[in-house]
Design a protein around this ligand. Structure first.
Ligand code: HEC
Ligand code: HEC
Length: 326
């Protein structure tokens, strides 16, 4: 059932949209370093698996192969090298990565050239335990070394595949949603970078719907994005989803970390994960001042009943809903 992300990646290349989301993950990792002073809800020995997160959430855009940069973002090796140059101690390195992941913005970004070249990274809405696990993994493994991709990467893939049977539903749903999101984000980004925001709107309009169907077939899991203020009326949240959206909004308003949930039904388990905005989304979901006029007219033409504007950074844009067969 859970066939590795390669499948999702391939699928994702055929489809596209304008995505974002988030959430919760996984099995504890070997000994994660203990000497960080960043607050997380989880204890260090309960951190999720950093490699697994990178694999499902980051490598679609940040190539794990230092010799092969994708046309949407720097390689993971380049990122590690830049951060390590500036933050040599583990605790500082981890804090810097976590702070960027918590809110990818011009202020938190170190790599100004990459921001200019590719545009800002979309918000991936990791929980702090997840971003910490990722940062520690980057620091503690020689991922910037050219040989890592050849020697270690395949072994790591095997390792997580072997572990995948004992995964909880909330983790499994997270993985499906994040894999979808990162691939969608990659495609959206590629389109914006090569042809501009206007073309990207068309692109989303034509392709956003197809992916749920493909994902359902591949995973026995249906994946969709819904909102209380949808652009596409088909993405209107139902009553139960609206309640969850309200809960997530309240958590965000209280400055808490949004905690994804699952709801267990007779034959299915539903997983719900937040979709939070960052600056990158405002080009198409912001207020009138942040959306270019041409883009705005195009959106109105395609979606006369559009409700999905007026957002600022770090607001709840909607949720991922992942329906898994038991
Ligand atoms: C949809 C594509 C995409 C995905 C998925 C993605 N990134 Fe990025 N990321 C980018 C782009 C584009 C940049 C360069 C622009 C920037 O710095 O914001 C970037 C930059 C970064 C940077 C450097 C930021 C700076 O400028 O200081 C870090 C660190 C980073 N990403 C980590 C991650 C991690 C960890 C994940 C997975 C949890 C991830 N990214 C997932 C597109 C992506
Ligand atoms: C290039 C313009 C563009 C950008 C940038 C963009 N979106 Fe969208 N977004 C769209 C369009 C168009 C749709 C409607 C797609 C459809 O018809 O299903 C959409 C739909 C969505 C939906 C589904 C619910 C709905 O309103 O129909 C979510 C959730 C969403 N976007 C979140 C985001 C987030 C989060 C970001 C930033 C990380 C973002 N989008 C960036 C254009 C964009």
């Amino acid at each position: 059932m859970k066939r590795s992300w390669v499948v999702i990646t391939l699928l994702g290349l055929l489809i596209v949209s304008c995505s974002d989301s988030s959430v919760n993950e996984e099995n504890s990792h070997e000994e994660m370093a203990v000497n960080t002073n960043i607050d997380t809800l989880n204890q260090v020995d309960l951190l999720p698996d950093g490699f697994q997160l990178l694999e499902s959430t980051c490598f679609a855009c940040h190539s794990p192969n230092s010799n092969n940069e994708f046309n949407v973002a720097p390689t993971i090796a380049t990122i590690k090298t830049v951060y390590l140059n500036k933050f040599n101690a583990e605790v500082d390195f981890v804090a810097a990565i976590q702070s960027f992941l918590a809110n990818p913005s011009n202020e938190t970004a170190l790599m100004d050239d990459a921001v200019t070249l590719y545009g800002l990274m979309p918000q991936m809405s990791l929980q702090s335990s997840q971003s910490k696990a990722v940062a520690l993994y980057l620091y503690q493994n020689n991922i910037a070394d050219a040989m890592w991709y050849t020697n270690e990467y395949p072994k790591e893939q095997e390792r997580i595949l072997a572990n995948s049977e004992n995964k909880s539903y909330v983790d499994r749903g997270f993985e499906y949603a994040m894999a979808t999101k990162s691939v969608l984000g990659k495609n959206l980004k590629g389109k914006i970078n090569s042809e501009g925001t206007l073309a990207a709107v068309n692109f989303c309009n034509l392709n956003a719907v197809h992916f749920t169907d493909s994902m359902s077939i591949e995973y026995n899991a249906e994946i969709k994005r819904v909102s209380d203020k949808p652009r596409n009326a088909n993405n209107q949240a139902n009553d139960q989803e609206l309640e969850i959206i309200q809960d997530f909004k309240a958590q965000l308003a209280n400055g808490e970390e949004i905690v994804p949930i699952t709801i267990d039904e007779e034959e299915n388990v539903f997983g719900y994960y937040p979709i939070v905005t960052n600056d990158m989304c405002l080009k198409c979901h912001g207020d009138a001042a942040s959306i270019e006029e041409e883009t705005h007219s195009k959106i109105q033409l395609l979606y006369p009943q559009d409700k999905a504007t007026g957002y600022a950074t770090n607001q709840l844009r909607g949720i991922w809903v992942v329906e898994m067969l038991k």
